[in-house]
Write a protein that binds this ligand. Sequence first.
Ligand SMILES: O=P(O)(O)OC[C@@]1(O)O[C@H](CO)[C@@H](O)[C@@H]1O
Length: 324
Amino acid sequence: MTLNAAIDRSLVVPNVRLGHRHRAVEQTTLAGGKGVNVARTLKTLGQPVIATGFAGGATGTRIVEQLTRDSILNDFVRIAEESRTNTAVFDPTNGVQTELNERGPAVAPGELELFRDKLLYLARGADIVVLAGSLPRDVPDTVYADLVRDLHKVGVRVYADTDGEPLRHVLRAEVDGVAPNQLEAEEVIGHEFAGDEDRALAVGELLDLGLREALVTLPDGCVAGVRSDAGGGGLGTATADATRILRARIDPRETVARIGSGDAFLAGYIAARYEGRPDEDALRFAVACGADATQRLGAGLVDPRQVERLQHEVEIEALARPDD
Ligand SMILES: O=P(O)(O)OC[C@@]1(O)O[C@H](CO)[C@@H](O)[C@@H]1O
């Protein structure tokens, strides 16, 4: 689910200098926004998925048409204002990535209500819902939290990938899982993490709020806090309450672009959980998806054969939960 869907333009521009004119040497244009990217990866991995959210104006039509062209099932609410276009610039000379994201359209209360009805209808045929990305204008910061409560009533598992206030609210609504990057996690926890010990402490704190899975993504993998009933035995089966904290690591590689690698990571994790794979396997698969996504220009693009190969390169280590 992507409330603030976008057309993503990705440009490769060598030697970027602020205040200068540049020529792109390569470019791609894809339907985007974090939930759209998650859907693209899931589709590529052969998992059943429907992308939903808001689409407005000519840009919204383009988002829907691109998804349909790529055979990604979609069901968006059409809105009056125009969907956004985001631009990411990659400088291959130093690996620096710069993102310029528009705020997005204003959404009227009636449009939000229509969306809520649609989501709850679609959720009746789903096991897992992913709420991802920033919010468009005029949508309250509590929207993800409200939707989590609604979705729990229909019995689906909900993951959220967002930041700032919407993340704070969704944590209080006992969302099942979150996957912030380190910066987003530091912001919500309230201090910087110096290393894995701090990250372990942070995912422990997130689990204490009632989450089943807290995944802090890192350039070389992730630190994951997982309750013992989070996966493995199928969705929502066991009730035991033990938690594990795991560090998954892959050797860093040269990247083409990092945009959307966190979305590919989350899609890989969800695909593995949907198949009932245990903690370590799910994390290996997720990190492999995230790493493979950095080898391509365009968010959410993975090659399943490469993912298969890369997952054997992921090392997993159990971390102790530090005393708080
Ligand atoms: O502005 P948001 O919603 O936080 O992020 C949107 C975005 O930058 O994230 C994706 C990559 O993760 C891109 O497809 C998209 O343009």
